[in-house]
Ligand binder design. Sequence first.
Ligand code: MN
Length: 499
Amino acid sequence: MTEVKKKHPTIEELLEVLKRLFPGADLDMVKLAYEFANLAHQGQRRTNGDPYITHSLTTAMNLTTMRADLNTIIAGLLHDVPEDTSYTIADIRKNFGDDIGNLVEAETKLGTLKYRGMERYVENLRKMFLAISKDVRVILIKFADRFHNLETLDALPPDKQKRIALESMEIFAPIALRLGMWETKGKLENLSFKYTDPDAYAWVTQLLETTSPSKEKSLAKVMKILQEKLAEQPNLRIASIQGRSKHLYSLYKKLLRHERDISKVYDLIAVRVIVEDVSECYAVLGIIHQLWKPLRGRIKDYIAQPKPNGYQSLHTTVFVGPGEIVEFQIRTQGMDDESYYGVAAHWYYTEQGKPKEGLKMNNPKFAWVNKLLKLQKEIQDSTEYLESLKVDVFPDNIFVFTPNGDVIDLPDQATPVDFAYHIHSDIGNHCVASRINDKLMPLSTPLKSGDVIDIITDKKRARPSPDWLQFVQTRTARERIKFEINRSRRLFGIFNKKA
Ligand code: MN
């Protein structure tokens, strides 16, 4: 099988992109970082045989698509230097300053435990939370690095392929989602999908190949009609109209919810209209409904009622011809930016690495980042910091871990009993004690993000304790406990009658 090798960006190409993104910025530091990394990685090759510097350049280039600031992009060029070469963090700090030095250091700490068994894996995840809380830009480098590692996964042995892909799908993608980075989440899932479930991947790819040409044709027609109609309204400021196809993996998940029938997936291809302000969003919605008849129950106003993660847009699905359906998404540029870049859309730095005036993270959705930053400034010692990490990284949910590294998502204030029922009702019903981070702790202890939970069960335990109802947070746990208590009461009742 011959495979076309993907072309890697050159430093010249990177500089071209940066000139466009940061007009007037001094790019000498970027050139220096490239030369430094090139020298440091000299003679090293990736598993696929490419010179190592191709990875540094691709990581930096990936960062330019995530709205990272210049220092983060430079740190992207340098991110593997301390781990894989004879140069140290101190060398980087000396040459490139503290901000870049700190980013590379945090990134290196995050990377040193990779792919080395499950115990280390759990530790690695905890470090990831710590890193995000210190400086969210570190996770951007991790994503950019991971994109390229996933793209070059073919060179690795199958067991490693699967593990890296699963880790990306189950850990990285949900984190991207929490950070509001939809595009990054979709990309991580798409790149991993091929390795986590090759058969399903082949099926969806093929399905899409057979259906999309006809869809694209009708889409072009629809976009032309809309464009002409909108042009008749001189007051409407339309920034862009684009046709977009659904991410492969989210299409797959949707197909599973619809009996694997692609004709039931209405947003296979969507048209996205970007306008200047909110009132124009509603005006465009009205025009679309004048042109085409909307499907009942498919008009969604996520502007008046944003999704819990903050996503805002108007959605409507309309009939554009007999049996032909198209979804429209209408939003402002700001809403669009946020759905692409998430936290980074707010996390805007100037070339000096200082937050731009007026572009601070004032969105309540990301308040947790600020909280953690403040906490981190107050506490310098990192071990103490880990202990004090009581503020949840994610506001309404916490992430905790099973002893072998599975991530469990629970509501705030959840306890080991919630955790036990989340794993299995049998484990919930028979749990007698819990170990949190290797320490025996009461079953009522509120858990916090990063905790590793080990549930101790005893088959002799007859039924759950009614006391647990005082502190459980999840509906599953509450219902299972009530059910078991009622059941044993009923049994007990029958037994009494007999006696
Ligand atoms: Mn790397």
